[in-house]
Design a binder for this molecule. Structure first.
Ligand SMILES: NC(=O)c1ccc[n+]([C@@H]2O[C@H](COP(=O)([O-])OP(=O)(O)OC[C@H]3O[C@@H](n4cnc5c(N)ncnc54)[C@H](OP(=O)(O)O)[C@@H]3O)[C@@H](O)[C@H]2O)c1
Length: 259
């Protein structure tokens, strides 16, 4: 299927590895010129070079912290009129809410709620004026099925989800859709890190913890960033113009509910 995206411009945040990289690669494979954002310059440049070689599209890099106003200004200066915006940043740390201070909450809300909202604010009117836009927010399955130790994530991302649900109905008549992609467990560095920590806390080996977790998922495996990216690219495609304000769960069947 031709996704109809050749020549479009995408701003993809958190794109040097993991799910953001999966989205950038899938968009580039469809002929989208991509601007990649992440903090660590050398890893970002290595990813950019791999995408250039694989797809031949124009790849621009911006090494910055997207959760800061300065970082967002740099990213938007490099890609001022994106047709596609993928919002993403690291998730907040796990813990017990009794230990979280106001500053911990503000950091989580800044990174996982206000940063996407600021990026949407800076780009959505231009998309509407041009009659086409696709915004995909990478959130988490924790929005649908909250995870107790990830209270900061559950809370901040639910705030974004509520905001998007309202705005997405205001933009679609002008060709702009806004949807959220909810990852379950995907094989990325972040998953490896969190699982190593849980394994250590439980006195198990990381390998045993990995195997046990995969057995709990109906698909009996973790997702991979390429399949996450493929769904992102479809949401960004010309074929998905009637789909907006949705929370698309990718979790190998882990969520047990009907809806
Ligand atoms: N993997 C999963 O199973 C899973 C499940 C549920 C939710 N999620 C959420 O999905 C998102 C992506 O996860 P992932 O597994 O792909 O993580 P990852 O493998 O650690 O990759 C994160 C990417 O984002 C960049 N990044 C992080 N913080 C940033 C910031 N402040 N500014 C700019 N770039 C930033 C990282 O590069 P630098 O560190 O160099 O900046 C990297 O490129 C996270 O919010 C995570 O909580 C993931």
């Amino acid at each position: 299927m031709d996704l109809g995206l050749k020549g479009k411009q995408a701003l993809v945040c958190g794109a040097s590895k993991g799910l953001g990289r999966g989205c950038a690669e899938a968009l580039a494979a469809e002929g989208v010129n991509v601007t990649l954002v992440a903090r660590t310059a050398d890893a970002l440049e290595a990813t950019a070079e791999a995408i250039r070689k694989a797809s031949g599209v124009n790849v621009t890099t911006v090494a910055c912290d997207i959760t800061t106003p300065e970082g967002r200004a740099k990213a938007l200066a490099a890609c001022p009129q994106p047709d596609i915006l993928v919002t993403n940043a690291g998730g907040p740390p796990p813990g017990d809410f009794r230990n979280w201070t106001r500053d911990d909450w503000i950091a989580a809300v800044d990174a996982n709620m206000l940063t996407p909202i600021e990026l949407i604010k800076a780009t959505v009117d231009g998309m509407m004026a041009r009659g086409f836009g696709r915004i995909v927010n990478i959130t988490s399955s924790a929005v649908k099925a909250p995870i107790d130790v990830l209270g900061l994530s559950n809370g901040a991302r639910s705030g974004l989800t509520g905001f998007v649900a309202g705005l997405a109905r205001k933009t679609v008549a002008n060709g702009v859709t806004i949807n959220n992609l909810l990852p379950g467990q995907f094989d990325t560095d972040r998953l490896k890190k969190t699982m190593a920590a849980s394994a250590a806390a439980a006195g198990k080996s990381t390998e045993d913890m990995f195997a046990a977790r995969q057995q709990q998922i109906p698909a009996r495996r973790f997702g991979n960033p390429a399949e996450f990216g493929a769904v992102c690219a479809f949401l960004c495609s010309v074929h998905a113009g009637y789909m907006t304000g949705q929370n698309v769960l990718l979790d190998g069947g882990n969520y047990p509910g009907t809806f």
